[in-house]
Design a protein around this ligand. Structure first.
Ligand SMILES: CC(C)(CO)[C@@H](O)C(=O)NCCC(=O)O
Ligand code: NA
Length: 597
């Protein structure tokens, strides 16, 4: 078993000490974290650069650092096409969600739901968010600790507790300012660690051109896969289009991110920071995909998993690092610091956003209290979520699919319905509160039905039913869940199994459109909201914007004349119905696939 040297331990300890120091700095400077405005929104004075790094770091944890290379090693670079979804996935938040939320001067993104619908919808949204983030936090803290434990024998719960404790302390003491600035520092550590490993790895593989030849001959460079089948795990459509919905749920309506947009000095800077997430995310994606390729260049099909040095794909990256970097004292430590940096920056954002929503959405509306007391309570909340996080890590212990897929499935299963709820409010003025609550519930039911159904139908017992042809035993593909999806005509899933085998990358899209569709149907049945009753600034004028754009394109001089109101409303409604019907047509097709074939 590879081992850690003293320098490695020192580097890892330095990461924790430096993060703690940043937390203490913001606890004793500025307003000393004595108001909720400072604790939750950094006095709404943040600049664009730190915000953009922090925005990226929030959903980039050890899961991505070890999950993405493992994915690329096993199945090639197809996953890289998720980068295409970043374009729309960030442009839409920048131009629709951010201006709308920023101008409402919200205290939490769920306050929007009360403004647009009613208090009950706000509470439903908040509770769903807490549920999502608490599970995700567990995955985030457990992943690096487990990998470290499996590969070096480092104490599992020691690592969980050390990171959990440090992270809780600096979040509770330093507030959002500390969270953002530790994110910046941790992002630098993260990129440096990955880059160092890639450079040394390429060197070990015999240089750049040798490495390239190996990955190319090993078939790891995937061309664009335009297969429209929604059950294939990774194609251009599942990643590039399904991914947009995933990105919207994370970068458009997630409290952790909206909190950062709201804490910027100006609306323009909030939009800019969202734009700047694009290059940062692309760099992060590139580094982790390259890491997978370098691993392949070094091991070929002879993976340490194959040779049973390790027991799961998720231990591969760390094993690779320890294996290749034995002769570079300090580098293994740097990579472990990189792994934990990624996770610290994620769970600190989770603590802070959870403390914020619990305070702002669940406690403050019901109990009046002084500012000092509210701030103290927020800090206590951050602390309690730290404890919950460690407890969740224990639960995640029980999950057993690739961590990357697990995390992205959570985003789709719980974040998807939330995205649908916000879209229902923002794009459909006719939606009412009853529609919103029932729509959200329907979305969650759909999500757990498909998500858990999919999970169960992929369990070993049902796998045996499939014909055992030679394609099922590709060496790099361990297990049926993550193997190259070779679905031939005979084993193509039909009926309900068709729905269960839907690619997890579509979860967000399916669940958010379910919320919108059911929300609209219920709203029309119970009496749609009248245009005049909708609070101002809470809906986005889709048709108005589209038509003024069109007018500008067709005849630049006539950009200010808008068509009569009823035409706008009618064509808007019609377009929306067409889009929703088309989406659901595809789901129904999937369900009835057996009858039609
Ligand atoms: C959220 C995305 C998809 C954005 O690329 C990426 O950061 C990712 O794959 N995250 C996985 C979850 C995590 O790293 O915790
Ligand atoms: Na992170």
């Amino acid at each position: 078993m590879p081992y850690f040297t003293i320098i490695d331990y020192v580097i890892f300890a330095l990461l924790l000490v430096a993060s703690m120091a940043i937390g203490l700095y913001y606890a004793f400077t500025g307003g000393r974290q004595r108001t909720t405005q400072e604790f939750m929104y950094a006095d709404r004075s943040m600049k664009c650069l730190p915000l953009s790094l922090s925005l990226m770091a929030t959903f980039q944890s050890a899961v991505a650092i070890i999950g993405t290379p493992a994915e690329v090693y096993a199945n090639g670079t197809q996953y890289w096409f998720i980068g295409c979804s970043y374009i729309l996935g960030l442009l839409i938040p920048a131009h629709i969600f951010i201006p709308l939320f920023y101008r409402l001067h919200l205290t939490s993104v769920y306050q929007y739901l009360e403004l647009r619908f009613c208090k009950a919808v706000r509470i439903c949204g908040t509770v769903t968010f807490i549920f999502q983030m608490v599970i995700y936090m567990g995955v985030g803290i457990y992943t690096p600790a487990l990998a470290l434990n499996a590969v070096t024998g480092f104490h599992l719960w020691g690592a969980v507790l050390a990171t959990g404790l440090v992270c809780t302390l600096y979040t509770a003491l330093g507030g959002l300012k500390a969270v953002v600035w530790t994110d910046v520092f941790q992002t630098v550590v993260m990129f440096t660690g990955q880059l160092a490993v890639i450079i040394v790895g390429v060197h070990q593989a015999g240089g750049l051109s040798d490495a390239w030849v190996k990955v190319r001959d090993g078939g790891r460079i995937s061309g664009i896969d335009l297969n429209p089948d929604p059950t294939v795990r990774h194609t251009f459509w599942t990643l590039g289009v399904g991914g947009v919905f995933l990105m919207l749920s994370l970068y458009g309506v997630n409290q952790a991110q909206v909190q950062r947009y709201l804490s910027s000095r100006t609306e323009k800077e909030a939009v800019m920071s969202c734009y700047m997430v694009f290059p940062c995310l692309q760099v992060a994606l590139m580094l982790s995909c390259l890491m997978g390729l370098v691993m392949y260049a070094c091991y070929g099909n002879n993976s340490p998993l194959e040779q049973q040095y390790i027991t799961s794909k998720d231990q591969m990256v760390l094993y690779f690092v320890m294996d290749m970097l034995q002769n570079f004292p300090g580098l293994p430590g740097l990579f472990v610091a990189c792994l934990f940096s990624a996770s610290l920056s994620t769970i600190s954002s989770a603590f802070n956003s959870l403390a914020t929503v619990t305070m702002v959405d669940l406690i403050k509306p019901h109990y009046s209290m002084t500012e000092a007391r509210a701030t103290l309570l927020s800090k206590m909340l951050a602390l309690s979520y730290g404890i919950i996080c460690v407890a969740m890590a224990y639960l995640v212990h029980l999950m057993n699919s690739s961590v990357l897929q697990a995390a992205l499935s959570i985003f789709g299963m719980v974040g998807g319905p939330l995205l649908g709820l916000f879209c229902l409010g923002i794009f459909f003025p006719c939606a009412n509160s009853i529609g919103a609550v029932i729509g959200l519930a329907a979305g969650l039911v759909m999500s757990f039905w498909v998500g858990i159904g999919g999970f169960l139908s992929r369990m070993p017992s049902s796998v045996q039913v499939l014909p055992l042809n030679s394609t099922n035993t590709v060496p790099a593909a361990s297990g049926n869940i993550t193997g190259p999806a070779v679905i031939d005509a005979a084993s193509r899933p039909v009926g309900l199994n068709g729905l269960y085998s839907l690619s997890y990358m579509w979860y967000s899209a399916l669940n958010s459109s379910t919320v919108v569709l059911i929300g609209l149907v219920i709203s029309f049945m119970t009496g749609p909201t009248k245009g005049a009753d909708v609070a101002s600034g809470t809906v986005y004028p889709v048709m108005r914007t589209a038509q003024s754009l069109l007018h500008k394109l067709v005849k630049p001089s006539a950009c200010c004349t808008s068509p009569p109101e009823h035409t706008v409303r009618w064509s808007y409604g019609f377009t929306v119905k067409c889009i929703v019907a088309w989406g659901h047509f595809n789901v129904v097709k999937l369900l009835l696939a057996d009858r039609w074939s």
